[in-house]
Ligand binder design. Structure first.
Ligand SMILES: NC(=O)c1ccc[n+]([C@@H]2O[C@H](COP(=O)([O-])OP(=O)(O)OC[C@H]3O[C@@H](n4cnc5c(N)ncnc54)[C@H](O)[C@@H]3O)[C@@H](O)[C@H]2O)c1
Length: 329
């Protein structure tokens, strides 16, 4: 049986992501051990992470006392084996190379306690590719934090065919304790986050390559229009609020211009044919909306967007936005 409550962790690979994950878990009160390629590299990483945590706290970016908690909870080990030997949870965060991950996961699972849960922070490699290297595949899953790990709340979870459901439950409980939101997705290459991100990025590149807009103008449009909504609502909630019938009509133009690649999705067509047009007529992707629910949603949306505009005014333009203004792009 695997652990029920995760109180201690080892992070293998103390680079950009592993370091941020270690800071987050240690700040939340977990005992965390780090290991990288050599004791010297691990020690350097620890010093960098402590200095960074102090700077975050001085700048008011993390709650007061976090630096102290990270200092007392975060330690180093001289090898992968020493780091993982007596912890409840191990997160592998080494280079995104199948061969390196396989070797490291083999070593981790050979040295870890049989009840320890093992996660990988891979951004793209499916669980079924890495799992054969793990002894005790039922305790292995992807626990995909986002960059920068100390600040981004979402974590993608991916189970393999052998992963036990209770392992996912235990990891989700730990993530909730460290103020993370988790979502479970199926074991397909690139998962959900990067699949969506890559499609957007690829299309954005096609747009600049076709001379339709500059990279700077594409970025302005993304962040100030539909991207402005994304901290609060995903594409399905946005579609429900926009009106699914509006999408069906919009896709006619898109398909005429770009072919089947941008034809209307079957699910949208089906919902509209069933008379479900979204919030405006009481049914859509999120099931049915009562009048009260619809009013509450619109009021929340308006408050959220007004607050977002206020936050952006308070922060001022990003350095890239200032650069754009300076160069007149
Ligand atoms: N950078 C991102 O934006 C991002 C976002 C999400 C997930 N990820 C994933 O997180 C993982 C780590 O990425 P990163 O950006 O932190 O990379 P990174 O290069 O900053 O860190 C990788 C660390 O792993 C260490 N390492 C390499 N081989 C090792 C070994 N055999 N034993 C022990 N340590 C070893 C390296 O020394 C380095 O410190 C990758 O799987 C990556 O795809 C990255």
């Amino acid at each position: 049986m695997t652990v029920q409550i995760i109180r201690s962790a080892a992070i293998i690979g103390a680079g950009y992501m592993g370091g941020g994950i270690a800071q987050s878990l240690a700040a939340a009160g977990m005992r965390v051990t780090l290991a990288d390629v050599s004791p010297e590299a691990t020690q350097r990483a620890l010093e960098r992470l402590l200095a960074e945590a102090r700077a975050f706290e001085d700048q008011g970016l993390i709650v007061p006392g976090s630096h102290e908690r990270i200092m007392s909870n975060l330690t180093t080990a001289s090898s992968i084996e020493d780091a993982v030997r007596d912890v409840d949870f191990i997160e592998e965060a080494v280079f995104e190379r199948e061969d390196v991950k396989k070797e490291v996961l083999g070593r981790i699972s050979a040295a870890a306690r049989p009840d320890a849960i093992i996660g990988t922070n891979t951004s793209t490699i499916p669980v079924h590719v890495l799992a054969p290297m793990v002894s005790g595949q039922e305790r292995f899953l992807t626990v995909h934090f986002s960059n920068p790990a100390p600040f981004i709340p979402g974590v993608e979870l991916v189970s393999g065919t052998a992963t036990k459901p209770e392992v996912v439950t235990t990891v989700r409980e730990m993530l909730a304790r460290v103020n993370r939101q988790s979502a479970e997705v199926a074991d397909r290459p690139t998962f959900v986050l990067n699949r969506l991100q890559y499609v957007l990025f690829k299309e954005a590149n096609t747009i600049i390559e076709e001379g339709i807009a500059t990279p700077e103008d594409v970025d302005t449009i993304v962040r100030s229009t539909f991207g402005f909504r994304l901290p609060f609502f995903g594409p399905f909630a946005i579609a429900d609020m926009a009106g699914l019938d509006v999408y069906v009509n919009g896709f006619v133009t898109a398909e005429n211009a770009f072919g089947a690649r941008l034809s209307c999705p079957e699910t949208v067509k089906r919902l509209v044919s069933e008379g479900k047009h979204g919030v405006k007529n009481g049914a859509g992707y999120y099931g049915s909306y009562s009048r009260e629910e619809a009013e509450e949603l619109v009021a929340y949306r308006n408050r959220a967007y007004a607050k977002m505009a206020e936050l952006l005014r308070e922060l001022g333009p990003s350095p890239l936005e200032k650069k754009k203004r300076k160069t007149g792009k």
